[in-house]
Design a protein around this ligand. Structure first.
Ligand SMILES: Cc1cc2nc3c(=O)[nH]c(=O)nc-3n(C[C@H](O)[C@H](O)[C@H](O)COP(=O)(O)OP(=O)(O)OC[C@H]3O[C@@H](n4cnc5c(N)ncnc54)[C@H](O)[C@@H]3O)c2cc1C
Length: 389
């Protein structure tokens, strides 16, 4: 089923080009990688060469200087075409911390390479096994010694760590009991993993239910040059928060793309599969869950769109970014569920790609932020109820 875009879509051309690129990476490509948990090197190379991963980097640093809506259109289309942007989406947005808070020297040193794809900054070291969602309780420390920082600790779920040159790392530089606010005393670093791998840095992949290249990362007296601190020491948590709305809106766009893929597949099959002398889609029991998922997807899409508009206008958009991410993740899951059910047994066969997509899209209710934490945000910051944690 075709879902025509409105004539007003400013990114129709980008979507069309991304569609053409994705056509070179059909289901077999992703299935083969999924089976061996391989990295989609050729796909990432194609996106890089087309300039899509540098979409948000200003032109003065070699990027395309496009707005967030264009990046969202790229990622949504990737997902809607059955591909998976999770292998490289972070290359688009992690650099935002350097762009907003880095020094002129850091911007000049890293952004052009990230824009061209020569440098990959797509590893984000925040989550730890013990602290999880309670980020300010993280235990990784960075201690200043002369012109270096000495880092000790561990991260978990650091996606793409094996396929990234740089990592943006959040570590505690002042103990939690010595700061007025627990959000203080955390600092952000650019870690050049190429220089420390095997010399204080160990990366261990985690096999997960989908192909996500996520890793455990261990720091044992890992040395980071002093000039790799981003912004002001102790203010790193604020810098990470600053990037969250963009990240949430982009991930939400991916979920919308997934939902569209599932709905397209389900509608096509419901029309073509004939049982008891008529297409299964003629039965309301088959038709309604797909129609409901479609309505959920469109509602989520409208909120995400609103969030992107506010973001681009420089307005606060935390409410829409959070709601959009939650609703889009739920819509993609509802669409996945309807798609599996519509396909009956074939929904479970690998060659249909549905079970793969189903596994992939489940993640977004947990990462990069889980639904409960979004509801807490809405309860506290939007509705003014007491903080729940
Ligand atoms: C495949 C994958 C890739 C990831 N990639 C990255 C990455 O690249 N970089 C990175 O830093 N992290 C990454 N993450 C981590 C991800 O952001 C976390 O898994 C997520 O934020 C949840 O944290 P947690 O797993 O520690 O769960 P926990 O914090 O242990 O929470 C467990 C459950 O309890 C709920 N919960 C916790 N506290 C409360 C509360 N106060 N009220 C109500 N419910 C609560 C949560 O919602 C969750 O459902 C990734 C995770 C996965 C699975």
């Amino acid at each position: 089923m075709d879902m025509p875009l409105t004539a007003a879509d400013p990114h129709a051309e980008i979507r069309e080009e991304v569609r053409k690129l994705c056509a070179r990476f059909p289901g077999e490509y992703w299935r083969e990688l999924d089976a061996r948990r391989g990295y989609p090197t050729e796909f990432v190379k194609a996106l890089t060469e087309a300039g899509y991963l540098g979409a948000l980097i200003p032109e003065e640093f070699g990027g395309a200087g496009l707005p967030l809506s264009a990046a969202a259109a790229i990622l949504e289309t990737v997902q809607a075409e059955g591909c998976n942007g999770a292998a490289c989406h972070a290359q688009m947005y992690i650099m935002g911390t350097i762009l907003r808070h880095g020094s002129a020297a850091q911007k000049a040193r890293y952004l052009p390479g990230i824009a061209s794809g020569e440098l990959r900054l797509q590893a984000f070291g925040v989550t730890e096994p013990t602290s999880g969602t309670d980020t300010t309780a993280l235990r990784t420390t960075a201690r200043r010694e002369g012109d270096k920082w000495i880092v000790n600790g561990q991260k978990i779920w650091t996606s793409r760590a094996e396929h990234s040159d740089l990592m943006l790392l959040l570590a505690r530089t002042t103990p939690r009991d010595q700061v007025a606010k627990k959000t203080d005393g955390l600092s952000t670093f650019i870690v050049d993993m190429r220089t420390v791998l095997g010399k204080g840095l160990t990366i261990r992949p985690i096999r997960t239910m989908m192909n996500h290249n996520s890793c455990e990362v261990f720091f044992d007296n890992m040395e980071v040059p002093a000039e790799n601190l981003v912004g002001v020491e102790g203010k790193g948590f604020r810098y990470i928060l600053d990037g969250m709305n963009a990240e949430r809106l982009l991930i939400a766009a991916e979920c919308i793309g997934d939902a569209k893929w599932f709905i397209n597949k389900a509608v096509a099959y419901a029309k073509e599969r004939v049982l008891f002398g008529r297409p299964i889609g003629q039965n309301q029991g088959v038709q309604f869950p797909i129609a409901r998922a479609y309505a959920q997807m469109r509602a989520a899409e409208a909120i995400v769109q609103r969030g992107i508009e506010k973001f681009e206008a420089g307005l606060p958009c935390g409410e829409e970014a959070n709601m959009g991410k939650m609703l889009a993740a739920e819509a993609s899951w509802a669409a996945g569920e309807a798609c599996v059910q519509t396909h009956g047994g074939f929904g479970f066969a690998e060659e249909y790609d549905i079970e793969r997509k189903f596994r992939e899209t489940r993640l977004y209710q947990v990462a990069p932020i889980s639904t409960n934490l979004i509801l807490s945000y809405l309860g506290e910051h939007v509705l003014g109820m007491p903080r729940s944690y």
